[in-house]
Design a protein around this ligand. Sequence first.
Ligand SMILES: *[C@@H]1O[C@H](CO)[C@@H](O)[C@H](O)[C@H]1NC(C)=O
Ligand SMILES: *[C@@H]1O[C@H](CO)[C@@H](O)[C@H](O)[C@H]1NC(C)=O
Ligand SMILES: *[C@@H]1O[C@H](CO)[C@@H](O)[C@H](O)[C@H]1NC(C)=O
Ligand SMILES: *[C@@H]1O[C@H](CO)[C@@H](O)[C@H](O)[C@H]1NC(C)=O
Ligand SMILES: *[C@@H]1O[C@H](CO)[C@@H](O)[C@H](O)[C@H]1NC(C)=O
Ligand SMILES: *[C@@H]1O[C@H](CO)[C@@H](O)[C@H](O)[C@H]1NC(C)=O
Ligand SMILES: *[C@@H]1O[C@H](CO)[C@@H](O)[C@H](O)[C@H]1NC(C)=O
Length: 477
Amino acid sequence: MSQSFGLVLAVLLLCATFASAVQNVKVQGADFINNVTSNRLQIIGVAYQPGGSSGFQPGSGIDPLSNGTLCLRDAALMQQLGVNTIRIYNLDPTINHDMCVSIFNAVGIYMLIDVNSPLPNQSLDPGNLVSSYSSTYLNHIFAVVEAFKGYPNTLGFFGGNEVMNTVGTGGTVPPYIRAVTRDLKNYIAKNSPRMIPVGYSAADVSQILTDSWAYLSCNINGQSGDPSRSDFFGLNSYSWCGPTSPTANYQASGYDTIISTFGDTSIPVFFSEYGCNKVEPRVFDEVPVLYGNMTSVMSGGLVYEYYEETSNNFGLVSFYSNDTAQLLVDYDNLQKQFNTLDSKALQSMNSSATNIQSPKCSTSLVSGSGFNNSFTLPSIPSGGQTLIDHGISNPNQGKLVTVTDTAVTLPVYSSSGTLLQNLAIKPLPSDESNSPGGTSTSSGAAPSTSKKSAAGMVEIGLGGAISVAVLMGYLFF
Ligand SMILES: *[C@@H]1O[C@H](CO)[C@@H](O)[C@H](O)[C@H]1NC(C)=O
Ligand SMILES: *[C@@H]1O[C@H](CO)[C@@H](O)[C@H](O)[C@H]1NC(C)=O
Ligand SMILES: *[C@@H]1O[C@H](CO)[C@@H](O)[C@H](O)[C@H]1NC(C)=O
Ligand SMILES: *[C@@H]1O[C@H](CO)[C@@H](O)[C@H](O)[C@H]1NC(C)=O
Ligand SMILES: *[C@@H]1O[C@H](CO)[C@@H](O)[C@H](O)[C@H]1NC(C)=O
Ligand SMILES: *[C@@H]1O[C@H](CO)[C@@H](O)[C@H](O)[C@H]1NC(C)=O
Ligand SMILES: *[C@@H]1O[C@H](CO)[C@@H](O)[C@H](O)[C@H]1NC(C)=O
């Protein structure tokens, strides 16, 4: 083999590797399960809202996944941090997200997508349920499905976020959440190449929390295929504030109650946001607990949030208008906690959890006075069924593209102020998801990806193995 042929072949194979995709993840019983390896996926995640509210300007073509230069930097930092999932709230389905999503895919990061947005007619209004549950609204959320259904790293859709946030809304909103879930899942069944899970993200309102989960996770009429059942349940939880706060332990934080409440869950439950910041900097000492004995019930969580907003101070990384970024001490602390986790143990499958069946819905599942216990759902609004049957008009459908640039071009400083050298994404050589366990970020060296089991490598890692072999061959010629 000539050197140039070897080089060309190596480059071709590497490019093919860069375009390789994470494996689909599905919901099976109470767990997220890799559809190929049957490994469990526990969410090690962060909320991703770059730019805060100004990061969502649909009129200007800007949303959190619109600029590949920024996503490349953020994916490199998240890969080093060790996350495998991001949650993205406000997205414009008409914008092209291919490069950003392909970058996150290349580093093995899945996405949980909120289908609603703050724009008019793009969310359910608890004060005007009947008029906001319209075909205009459905067209929007279906457009989000269209934009993301083609990406292998779309882990799921949030059909609602904190729509029930008071005792009062618990009385009126629940049948609408089930109706929206039904419509989304019917749309996906008819128009998507694969089933993508649809769930709900709940506010931590103790009076309605258990009822919300019980109401959304049962099957009406007991059919297993009931599309109005949520596929997963996220809880936005800020109850563990540490370490000097009185709630920095298992009991005082109420984590013990979470485990007893959701102990017999039939769908995955996880923190769709967590990370109380009443004590700063955050040390995230809830992390080893969440990924410790709580994994028998919980499927991990998403730290709120990656991007520092001065208005709320929840960030892990600060960004400045001159396009520089600086890691915060919170980033270092979270990375240290993630690095203590045993990624391999977190992937082990538990057949009791994956085989668990959902209960049949009944009014007795709902205990709280005032919480809606009706399983008679609003019918799909006029015009909605046509959208499902034929698909929406002119959908913008995302698809993976080849990621060629790996080096981060924007300057990023460590928390102590040194410029990170050689910051880059390291596309995973085979179909892997990212996991914690890397080296220190300030070195800018190897990222925090760990391999699957040897068996997994043999089964699915062939593309990467071949390119490495050819590269090595090239070096020897
Ligand atoms: C993406 O962001 C970079 C850095 O802020 C900026 O220079 C570039 O113009 C942006 N690209 C687009 C297409 O907006
Ligand atoms: C919202 O949708 C309704 C129809 O369902 C429409 O009459 C109204 O103009 C829309 N509002 C906006 C701001 O798009
Ligand atoms: C449940 O919610 C629906 C829709 O908001 C409402 O019509 C119904 O009265 C509620 N039922 C109960 C029992 O609260
Ligand atoms: C899982 O894999 C099977 C077999 O390849 C495929 O038929 C199915 O569509 C996949 N399901 C999901 C949810 O990706
Ligand atoms: C789980 O771990 C927490 C602290 O990490 C501990 O307080 C609690 O007792 C443990 N629960 C069980 C059932 O082992
Ligand atoms: C396996 O799942 C069952 C049912 O969810 C749960 O009770 C049990 O604690 C789990 N076992 C482990 C080791 O996580
Ligand atoms: C960018 O802006 C930040 C915040 O104002 C400042 O601390 C930093 O020195 C600036 N960096 C450069 C290279 O101008």
